[in-house]
Write a protein that binds this ligand. Structure first.
Ligand SMILES: Nc1nc2c(ncn2[C@@H]2O[C@H](COP(=O)(O)OP(=O)(O)OP(=O)(O)O)[C@@H](O)[C@H]2O)c(=O)[nH]1
Ligand SMILES: [Mg+2]
Length: 550
């Protein structure tokens, strides 16, 4: 510190220590004498006469404050103030009248422990706080920031807290909108980002969502699978998942919509069909229409749809036969208004003859017997040709079937029912393609197609599974048979050609909108193709063969 700086401090603070320091540091300094005098007055203030003290104060050698700090006695200080014309009431009056900061400071300078000192201090506090109250009045983030800039440190904590809450209030609407847009999201990252962008809003719910989503990854996979394929899970599997609370009704509604969800919830068991034994021989006088196919290829469903549609159109007359009850119940399943519940797999011995008259567009009747064969027969044929074991029931059913097929009384039509995309589906280690190939060579060997055959078709079922438009299904179904079932399709074409079966065709078929493997919204459109082929190849009563007339 240089001489000038030290002297400034001595003049302001007027402590004996600083006076002494100045004298020691600058013995030849220009203020040495002043410092020495100041020190003498401070040290001897109580022994210096009042009139001299008054003179020193007036000359500016010492201040009243310094004398007070130096321990000048109270009565002597009061007398000195009075002689100098400094009266407390005068200063208090100024504070009362003006109420300014300067008046308060002036008062406190002379009367730090005056009668009104506490009051003056609180007035001063209030004055100093005025900018703070103004900022509070304006109550904006900018006002508080400006205040903190102008009066740093005074109300910092309160200003910062208020800025934070104003910030939150400003974000509230935006945060709410964003929350509404993501609250049903299944992506945990949406909530992680939300927490980062809008801390303080929906924090707890966002955490719960994150935990819930992370715990449901497997379930979302299930939901996505069902969305991609409504038959990915069976109705039983879905009901189990609902029971164990793995899936919720909301999940199902997201996949299937509310009506199908209700159908899944209400599902109890497959539709029951009567189990009858195969009649020893079929009744005569009508064309026999056989539905062949590996297990679960959709034979019974296709037949049910055909009969139901014919009944709905008023072109069906059911005839008394052993399968009458079966035929009635089967067609009732395919209700065109509500949802249908599929029946179970047809058991081996359950060959049903369903006799009926169908009425064509010219009001001529065609007598036909539809025969629903169990898919199990494919395996029986394979086993028998290869010398494998067959139990009595299977042997008997196979013989009965062969008896029907070789019975010369009636004309015969065959629908080979193949499931779209199931070429590699296996039963006892053999694929659908293997069984079909074997069946066709068996039929050739037994000369089944040769005898009284009026029509052969390949009905490609479950075409609703093909990822294409309805219009494209026939072409896709044909490609499927040609490309995936060559060992069946090639020989079948040759046998038909050799035996004069002219209209061998591939027909695409779907029973409707199938979901959960066991339920369906029936769509009769494709049954028309089958009915048309039946009309073309069966004899109209009192007339000629349908196809001859076309
Ligand atoms: N997606 C779809 N699935 C079908 C269709 N038709 C049948 N299914 C499914 O295939 C299953 C079997 O159908 P069925 O008609 O019983 O099959 P089947 O050929 O009679 O079978 P077996 O009696 O065992 O020889 C049904 O339960 C449905 O899950 C269809 O058109 N589309
Ligand atoms: Mg069946």
């Amino acid at each position: 510190m240089n001489e000038n700086e030290l002297w400034q401090r001595v003049s302001q603070e007027e402590t004996p220590e600083l006076c002494q320091e100045y004298m020691d540091t600058f013995p030849a300094g220009p203020h040495f004498k002043d410092a020495e005098n100041k020190l003498k007055i401070i040290r001897g203030c109580n022994s210096i006469q009042l009139m001299f003290l008054k003179k020193y104060v007036q000359q500016g050698l010492i201040s009243l404050g310094a004398l007070q700090r130096a321990g000048l006695t109270e009565p002597k200080l009061t007398m000195l103030q009075e002689q100098l014309g400094i009266v407390e009431s005068k200063y208090w009056d100024a504070v009362s009248a003006l109420g300014t900061r300067e008046a308060c400071i002036e008062y406190l300078k002379y009367f730090p422990s005056g009668v009104h000192a506490p009051q003056v201090r609180s007035i001063l506090d209030r004055i100093d706080d005025e900018p703070w109250y103004n900022a509070c009045q304006i109550d904006t983030i900018e006002a508080y920031k400006e205040y903190m800039h102008q009066y740093p440190g005074r109300h910092n904590a309160e200003a910062e807290a208020r800025i934070k809450s104003l910030h939150l209030i400003g974000l509230k609407d935006e945060a709410e909108n964003v929350w509404q847009s993501i609250k049903d999201s299944k992506v945990a990252d949406d909530f992680v980002a939300y927490k980062r962008n809008y801390p303080g809003f929906h924090d707890e719910e966002a955490d719960q969502k994150i935990a819930w989503i992370n715990g449901r990854q497997d379930i979302y996979r299930l939901i996505d699978e069902m969305k991609a394929d409504p038959n990915a899970l069976s109705v039983f599997e879905i009901q189990d998942y609902l029971q164990s609370h793995t899936l919720t009704t909301d999940d199902l509604e997201e996949v299937f919509g509310s009506q199908k969800t209700q159908a899944i919830l209400n599902y109890q068991s497959p539709s029951i069909l009567p189990a009858g034994g195969a009649p020893p021989e079929l009744s005569g006088g009508s064309t026999e229409v056989y539905f062949w196919g590996t297990p679960s290829s959709g034979k019974t469903c296709a037949l049910g749809g055909i009969i139901s549609n014919a009944g709905r159109k008023g072109i069906l007359e059911k005839l008394q036969c052993t399968g009458y009850d079966y035929m009635t119940r089967l067609s009732n399943i395919f209700d065109s208004k509500g949802y249908c519940t599929f029946p179970d797999s047809t058991s081996i011995g359950n060959i049903q003859e369903m006799m009926m008259r169908l009425i064509d567009k010219k009001q001529k009747t065609h007598s036909v017997t539809l025969v629903d064969l169990a898919g199990e027969l494919f395996r029986c044929v394979y086993a028998q040709s290869n010398g494998l074991f067959l139990d009595d029931e299977r042997t008997a059913t196979l013989n009965t079937m062969l008896h029907y097929l070789t019975d010369k009384r009636n004309k015969k039509m065959h629908f080979f029912v193949v499931e779209y995309g199931a070429q590699d589906k296996k039963w006892e280690g053999l694929t659908m393609a293997n069984y079909l190939a074997h069946m066709v060579s068996f039929l050739e060997q037994e000369q089944i197609i040769k005898k009284s055959t009026v029509g052969v078709y390949v009905l490609v079922t479950k075409c609703d599974k093909i990822p294409c438009s309805r219009e494209e299904r026939p072409e896709k179904a044909f490609r499927f048979v040609e490309e995936e079932l060559g060992e069946f399709w090639g020989p079948l074409q040759r046998i038909c050609a050799r035996n004069g079966v002219a209209d061998l065709k591939v027909l695409s078929y779907s029973v409707g909108d199938v979901f959960a493997q066991k339920l369906c919204k029936f769509d009769p459109s494709d049954t028309e193709k089958v009915l048309e082929k039946i009309f073309v190849h069966t004899k109209a009563e009192g007339g000629t063969w349908g196809w001859l007339k076309e």
